[in-house]
Design a protein around this ligand. Structure first.
Ligand code: UN1
Length: 500
């Protein structure tokens, strides 16, 4: 263990690196090996207050920096991410476990988002529209809002901060960022690179620490009008409640229980590839992961046996080893939760087809590894088919036709991602229309969203917002309608219109 080389890291507030006011710390540990990654400040409310004050002061200048100039900083940031992609990917593999190619994809997603939002610096389009009165000009423009509280998860530790911070900045807001306590190092690197790209002091601040202290203070702080959170449904509900008294804008991106539908005319080989990638990629720890597979009865047995063969071929190991297919899960609590769902599934009468155990052989015992797990004969109402597990577990549900498949797919509280494998264009279009999710894939798995399309879900996956693409701008700006009367006389809207 490289304890001797372990570094201590700090908060970044008003352009200065520093410890938590109380001097407390916490450790980040690799889920693959238990190796200590770094020591970070366990901050408290007073650190948040300082960061918010810095962000509030910086906002007054930053909101007036021309948006194309703000965008140029994001272009530089994107370029720095490209330059450091390999190093960041390796750090990510060590700190949160995903395999190297996926870690590279996570960094790439942030590159894409930074470039996309950098371009927004020269758009941020509003509207002009005719007036009902003569000699009067009407327009609506996007206005920045102020200090944005950004709370991010550990599963996409570079990509998700970019989804929030890049649009927040280009729109002219300033940021206080609380990264997940499982991935503080990547959060820290993210902010270091933003500073290197030229973000002025106070515009982006990072405060490390737990949700109970740092997150809660941020959410309740009167000078933080917007909170953006990606996390669990439970946290989302708590944040909404805590933010209610301040009438804050709250953007939530929460859970999923995403389904792949496989029809009897599907290309089964393609479906198996899509399901394995969506269910076991990132060890199933994506909010878009396929944790249900809804299969037409005519191909159920064939698909189930092919899936088991494919899952059993997956090699578990540290993400940096080139022949690893599936890395560890994030921590011991996650491992225990995932295993508890195996017990729940067995208790409910589902059939465990493969996996269902903690993996310890071949040097895996130091980390948190769980065997890719497939349950068969799952009923749509079972808990393993209803609740988000956030691990490498998927549930096969047999159905008789497309109507039943769509009914089962929709029969959950979440609505993030869905997919259908079929070669029938009519079936595909019905699914595109009727699946109640924010994202639907045809002949692909449930993961793999691109940054220039809206990302988010219906029902209890969120509260109606979308991030990424143009839609993100609605989270980070408010509309202002402007009326310019150049008639030189008082013209009363709705009243003087008849005269003209
Ligand atoms: C998440 O799991 O929170 O579409 C985000 C995908 C990725 C993003 C996942 N581009 O799966």
């Amino acid at each position: 263990m490289a304890v001797a080389e372990t570094k201590s890291f700090q908060n970044y507030i008003d352009g200065e690196w520093g410890d938590a006011a109380r001097g407390e710390t916490f450790e980040s540990v690799s889920p693959a090996t238990g190796e200590l990654i770094g020591v970070f400040p366990r901050s408290g409310g007073e650190d948040v207050d300082r960061a918010v004050a810095a962000a509030k002061a910086a906002y007054e200048k930053w909101r007036l920096v021309p948006a194309p100039r703000r965008g140029e900083i994001l272009f530089r940031f994107g370029q720095l991410l490209i330059d450091q992609k390999d190093e960041l990917a390796l750090l990510m593999t060590r700190e949160m476990g995903k395999v190297l190619p996926e870690a590279g994809g996570d960094v790439q997603e942030a590159v894409d988002m930074s470039f996309y939002m950098a371009g927004e610096g020269r758009r941020l389009f509003g509207h002009t529209t005719p007036s009902e009165l003569p000699d009067k000009f009407n327009m609506s423009v996007r206005m920045p809002i102020g200090v944005i509280g950004v709370i991010t998860p550990w599963n996409f530790p570079i990509a998700i901060p970019s989804w929030k911070i890049a649009p927040a900045l280009v729109c002219g807001n300033t940021v206080v960022f609380k990264p997940a306590t499982d991935t503080p190092l990547l959060g820290e690197r993210f902010v270091e690179l933003l500073a290197a790209a030229g973000v002025p002091k106070g515009v982006v601040n990072i405060v490390h620490g737990g949700g109970g202290e740092v997150g809660d203070r941020l959410v309740r702080h009167p000078d933080v009008p917007v909170i953006t959170l990606t996390g669990s449904r439970e946290t989302g509900v708590e944040v909404l409640r805590a933010a209610a008294d301040g009438l804050k804008h709250v953007h939530l991106e929460l859970g999923g229980k995403n389904a792949v539908i496989v029809m009897d005319d599907a290309d089964l080989e393609l479906a198996v590839d899509g399901i394995v990638w969506s269910a076991f990629g990132t060890s199933g720890q994506r909010c878009t992961a396929a944790s249900r597979v809804i299969v037409h009865e005519r191909v159920y047995d064939e698909l189930a046996s092919r899936l088991v063969v494919a899952a059993e071929k997956l090699r578990l190991g540290p993400g940096w080893e080139p022949d690893t297919d599936v890395g560890p899960v994030i921590n011991k609590t996650a491992l225990e939760k995932i295993h508890s769902y195996t017990e729940i599934g067995e208790g409910e009468g589902a059939r465990l087809l493969t996996g269902g155990e903690v993996a310890t052989g071949d040097g895996l015992g130091q980390g948190f590894y769980y065997r890719p797990t497939i349950f068969g004969d799952v009923e749509a109402q079972m808990r393993i088919a209803q609740e988000e597990i956030f691990g490498p577990t998927t549930a096969l549900i047999r159905v008789g036709d497309v109507d039943e498949a769509i009914r089962v797919a929709n029969g959950i509280r979440f609505g993030l991602s869905s997919s259908i494998f079929t070669r029938d264009v009519n079936t595909a279009f019905r699914a595109m229309r009727d699946l109640e999710t924010g994202i639907t894939y045809v002949n692909a798995g449930t993961i793999g969203a691109e940054v220039h399309l809206p990302f988010g879900g219906t029902k209890e996956t969120g509260n109606g917002h979308r991030e990424a693409g143009q839609a993100a701008l609605d989270v980070f700006t408010e509309w202002k309608s402007i009326y310019v009367d150049y008639s030189g006389r008082l013209q009363k809207a709705q009243i003087d219109t008849a005269e003209t």
